[in-house]
Ligand binder design. Sequence first.
Ligand SMILES: [Zn+2]
Length: 302
Amino acid sequence: MRSKFLLATALVLSTAFTADAADAPKRLPVNITNQDWLKPFPGFKIVGNMYYVGTYDLGCYLIDTGAGLILVNTGIMGSYPLMKASIESLGFKTSDIKIITATHGHSDHVADMASFKKDAPSAVVYMSERDVESLESGGNFDYRRPAPEGRGGLVYDPIHVDVKTKPGDHIKLGNVDMTVLQAYGHTPGATSFQFQQTDAGKTYNVMIVNMNGINAGVKLLGSPKYPTIVEDFKNTIDMQATYKPDIWVSSHAGQFNLHQVYKPGDAYNPARFGDQAAYQQKIATAKANYEKQLAEERAAAK
Ligand SMILES: [Zn+2]
């Protein structure tokens, strides 16, 4: 019991950069609001050298570049062992991960990043410059819970961001050149990624699109620490409506109809992730939800 307590204390202390022992941020209890986040789901090939390695609901992607692996999204606290099992079942090793990034700085996509960094200590973490504060504070601070109070502790182990990205930047490794695209709104630094994969003589324009849902409690007209939230949502939705991906996936399984189009054991078929009408439907729904909430908030403010 005592050694467990000491270990927990040591972990918390080792993850707090600035504070001295007396005011080291405490670790907040894990709060899993959706059981599908921690339900296992077998890894499988999406297209070419890109694989699904997430959980039943959390979209996480592994790309074999020929010169190491890129991991996009690392799940919530507790996803790591499920994801590692998926990665190994596909014949890869977490120690070969060279780049880690995420679609946005919410705990359900970044919380287990530190576990992957332990397996691959030299992996380089890329993240939108606008979501760095969340990662480096272990989820304590963001625009909804700004410093110095924040959430009052660490939601997950803080992550040092090595490369702060902006829209138009490229993340390059081996034969993969990913373009960073803004998907601002859901978080200030939400990000989509575009890259190519070639398979059987066909080249696919692949997009990991961060769909723009508005979390419960977020106020479009009442977010003083995120003053551009209204324009950001609009610009993102307008921009995403112009995308023409051959293959599209997202941060949550439901956002790209994973469980409707794929069941474990189904034969490899990249086209299942290429339904353009379904893609446009997702964007139209995001737009309608955004416009409805904005209209309601404007009416209430009168
Ligand atoms: Zn989120």
